[in-house]
Design a protein around this ligand. Structure first.
Ligand code: SF4
Ligand code: SF4
Length: 342
């Protein structure tokens, strides 16, 4: 892997160059508590020190809603909508969200490729950014606090700039035309990266490895936590809609007023909604709130074979954005008997 350094001042100049390459999105503060990936017009608005965005990066590739087909009922014809994708540069993506995108790739780009997702993903450039954990983060016990794939460039904070890992050919093509902005990495820079990593590791509230969590969940399916916590769950779906790896969607046919034409759309769904398990004959295979609550805990803690991680990347969003203050990390620790601060 290639390593270069960039000063903070030159980072702003580099962001200007990125803006000329495509649509640049980066974290911005959108309220007292919340950040989001926003279209950047002034590069000085980029937030380098943010905790988590309310909407995960997957939304750029798997749109919250999109038209898939137009149909004509008289001719029994479906016409696929051609995906129009612009070049997107996502700057400031944390490790957890990079693994989240790799999980999305595993699901949408397997042997049955989703062409809508694929078209957009091919035009996406991912630039990672190092971060310090807060009490909601547990990416370390998920083994993904330091990623080695899934980014074109990765910016590691230094006292006077960033140490940049170049991860792909695309990354090289972004760096190579601007030798005036980048410099060689010195021994001091490497030492500073080491100190940052040490500081980051020391800030997690829990330690260890949760690889055996799935099995404790399977062995303790009748744990009283499910009754207690599902009782206070509002079924709002915030936990899934903010999750960087949730990908359930529903499909709807919308006939036009002429009753001849129409369009088929798909839109994000949530396993926390009653309608998610509702099928023909008014049967619901997850009829109760507890069923739906239980499903999320098991789905998120299954393993994704392609990334060899769990589907939960430990970003903390589902707790941070839960209006009922249900603490996912604490509940998992309770079931598995893990120790540590919650
Ligand atoms: S965000 Fe909280 S209240 Fe809403 S569905 Fe998820 S667990 Fe329940
Ligand atoms: S389940 Fe919660 S903590 Fe895990 S990736 Fe999804 S939002 Fe993040």
């Amino acid at each position: 892997m290639r390593y270069v350094k960039i000063s903070k001042e030159n980072t702003y100049k580099f962001l200007e160059h990125l803006k000329a390459t495509g649509a640049l999105y980066a974290p911005q503060k959108i309220s007292d508590r919340f950040y989001d990936f926003c279209a950047i017009s002034d590069v000085h608005d980029v937030e380098f020190e943010y905790d988590r965005t309310i909407r995960p990066p997957r939304r750029f590739f798997h749109l919250p809603d999109e038209k898939m087909f137009n149909f004509d009922m008289t001719r029994h014809e479906l016409t696929p909508v051609k995906t129009q994708a612009e070049h997107i540069i996502l700057f400031g993506v944390h490790s957890c969200d990079i693994v989240g995108l790799r999980i999305m790739d595993a699901e949408f780009l397997d042997e049955q490729k989703d062409s809508y997702y694929e078209t957009r993903r091919k035009k996406g450039i991912i630039i990672g950014l190092s971060c310090l954990p807060d009490e909601y983060c547990f990416c370390n016990v998920r083994r993904i606090e330091f990623v080695d794939a899934g980014f074109d460039l990765f910016f590691h904070e230094l006292p006077d700039g960033f140490l940049v890992r170049v991860g792909t050919v695309t990354g090289h093509k972004l760096v190579d035309p601007h030798p005036e902005l980048f410099e060689e990495v010195s021994a001091d820079d490497t030492k500073n990266m080491e100190l940052f990593e040490e500081k980051r590791s020391s800030m997690f509230s829990i330690y260890g490895n949760w690889d055996n969590l799935r099995y404790f969940l399977e062995l303790r399916m009748d744990h009283p936590m499910y009754d207690r916590e599902s009782e206070i769950c509002l079924g709002c779906g915030n936990c899934t809609l903010t999750c960087p790896t949730c990908r359930c969607y529903d499909v709807k046919d919308l006939p036009a007023i002429n009753q001849v034409n129409g369009e088929r759309v798909r839109f994000w769904d949530s396993c926390q909604f009653r309608s998610h398990g509702l099928v023909a004959g008014d049967h619901n295979f997850r009829a109760t709130k507890k069923d739906r609550f239980f499903n999320r805990y098991h789905c998120k803690n299954a393993y994704c074979p392609e990334t060899t991680t769990s589907y939960c990347v430990g970003c903390g969003r589902c707790t941070y954005f839960c209006p009922a203050e249900i603490n996912f990390k604490r509940n998992l620790m309770e079931i598995a008997g893990y120790r540590g601060a919650v």
